[in-house]
Structures are given as structure tokens and as C-alpha cells.
Ligand binder design. Sequence first.
Ligand SMILES: Cc1cc2nc3c(=O)[nH]c(=O)nc-3n(C[C@H](O)[C@H](O)[C@H](O)COP(=O)(O)O)c2cc1C
Length: 322
Amino acid sequence: MTQNVDFSVGGVPVSGRAILSPMDGFSDQPFRSMARRLGSAMSYTEFVNAIDVVNGDPRLERRLRFLEEERPVVFQIFDDDPARLLEAALILRERDPDIIDVNMGCSAKTVAGRGAGAGLLREPAKIAKIFGMLTHALDIPVTGKIRLGWDDDSLTYLDVARAVEEHGGQLLAVHGRTKKQAYRGVANWEAIAEIKAALGIPVIGNGDVRLVEDIGRMREFTGCDGVMIARGAIGNPWIFAGLDRAEVSEEQVRETMLGHLEDMLAFYGEDQGLILFRKHTARYISPYRLSKTQREQLLTSETAGEFETLLRHLVAEPQAPI
Ligand SMILES: Cc1cc2nc3c(=O)[nH]c(=O)nc-3n(C[C@H](O)[C@H](O)[C@H](O)COP(=O)(O)O)c2cc1C
């Protein structure tokens, strides 16, 4: 079956315009593959620290495992040291991702504070060096994900965007906030439009997409090639199928939750899978009026069987639709 190609990243074709954002603690293999099945056009892994890659940290194994049907698969790395980023990228290449992405947007103190993630935005020359080194050494596309700059006095996004493109980067994803803003305020879509107008490579817009109509609005406003969704996809993977949360039936929510849980149990093992699923549960049930006890019982179930029984029982509660 041939699929429409909406845009290409280097030689890698992408079908679709909406993409699940990389999210530490969320965009693991079970969540990514579900989003991908529903229509997310690419699979970005949770970011990995180049230091951990170089040291062969065994915890990376699970962060980097992916299913063939997730392709195109993007591995995302972060560091402040160009040589170590290169070493890590070459190690990761052996696992056969389609694309390697450099994180230049993380605002967490432990990352940005040491000059990695959004910390790199203060040094466009270093970004140029990183992209020069990685794109020369790798035979797959190298891409980047940025914010607009460190703060309002350091809006380096156009310099950074040009540095990425001029040094061989094949796509740029842009979260329309500064590092200082973290997640506050409103994402600046005008800056995303400016970047799109300045570059020849595909640009993915990101920030504050919550509803299906926001995807079209962002594309229209910015001209971007694709739209990335992070917070708006948690507990709401149907956005990739063109459905807003309000349009999804309770039955569909329940069956999706149980399928997601099953995948989590298979991936992480019974105990850890159930515990890690709690943060998803909290978001899946957030639109419903549940009593405190009902919520707590769901969020503290000790077996998957207990969880399923509770979830199915909620149907029978007239005041507590799910
Ligand atoms: C819990 C969480 C974890 C995140 N982890 C990453 C990450 O590993 N790599 C990355 O590039 N961005 C990460 N981000 C940022 C998102 O990809 C995205 O740029 C940001 O949330 C803005 O998009 P939104 O308005 O759709 O949430 C994370 C965001 C959240 C909320």
C-alpha cells in the first residue's frame, strides 16, 4: 500500500502532519506506538543523555527500544559537548533509527544549567559545530528541536535555525517559548512562522496545540510542515486520529486505557507497568466527575485485574461516567 508523502526529512518520507512530541516519562514505546497507530506521523523517543549512551548505561535499553511499525523513528540525545554528542550518535546509529535529533530545548536546571538542551541556544556557534560534526559522520538525517532562546533578551532562534540548516540539519522542530518561560505564557507562533520563512528544510511547529482544530490553525498561521503535540496528547491520543476528547465515547476511552495498560504491563512488567500507568490514568479520567474515593481507588489499584474491575464498574455509576 502506498501512502501519501507529506514531507521528507533528508531521504526519509513522512506521511501525516501531526506528531507526538518527545516527552521524558511519557513517550515510551507503548505510548508512542499507540499514538502512531492512531495517526502520529513519526516516533520520537524520550531524550537520552549522551553521557549515559557513551557509558553504556543499561537503563537506556528500554528508552530506545522501538517497534518496526513506529518508523520513522527518531532518537533524541542531549549534551553540551560536541565530541561526546558525536560519539553517542555513532553508538545509537547501530540500533538503526531513521533519524537522530539533538535536543536544544530542555529547560530543566540539570540539563540547561550545564549548557545542554536549551543551554545550547546561547551558543549558536557551538550548535553549528555539533551539526557539522554529526551530519558529516552519520549516514542518516540529523535534526534539531529548539526553543526560541534563553530569555527575551536572548532570542537566538533565527541564528540557531540558520546554523542548523547551514550545517546539514534536515529538520527543525520549534517550541515557541524561551527557556526562561519554561511552560508559562503563550507559545509564540509568529516566531515559528519567521523560522519557517527563513529555512528551506521542513519545520515542525510546537506549543499549545490542544484541539484538533489547533493543528490546522498552527499550520495555517506558521506555514509549518508538521505540528508536534506534547501535553495535549497525554490522556488524549485520539487527537492524532482527528478526534477531540469530547468526541470520544466513554466506551472508547475505557477500551483504549485497558489496551494501553496491557502494553505497559508487557513492556515494563506487571508491577512497574501498573505504577507507571497511573500518570496516564490520571489524565485519561481527568474530564470525568469522579468521587475522591473512586479516583484514589483507580490510582492505587494493586493489580491490573483490580484496576480493570474498578474501571468497568464505573460504567454502572450514573454520576460517574467513564
Ligand atoms: C513531561 C514532559 C516531558 C518532556 N520531555 C521532553 C523531551 O524528552 N525532549 C524534548 O525535546 N522535549 C520534551 N518536552 C517538551 C515537549 O516536547 C514540548 O516541546 C512542549 O511540551 C511544548 O509542547 P505542548 O504545548 O504541546 O506541550 C517535554 C514536555 C513535557 C510536558
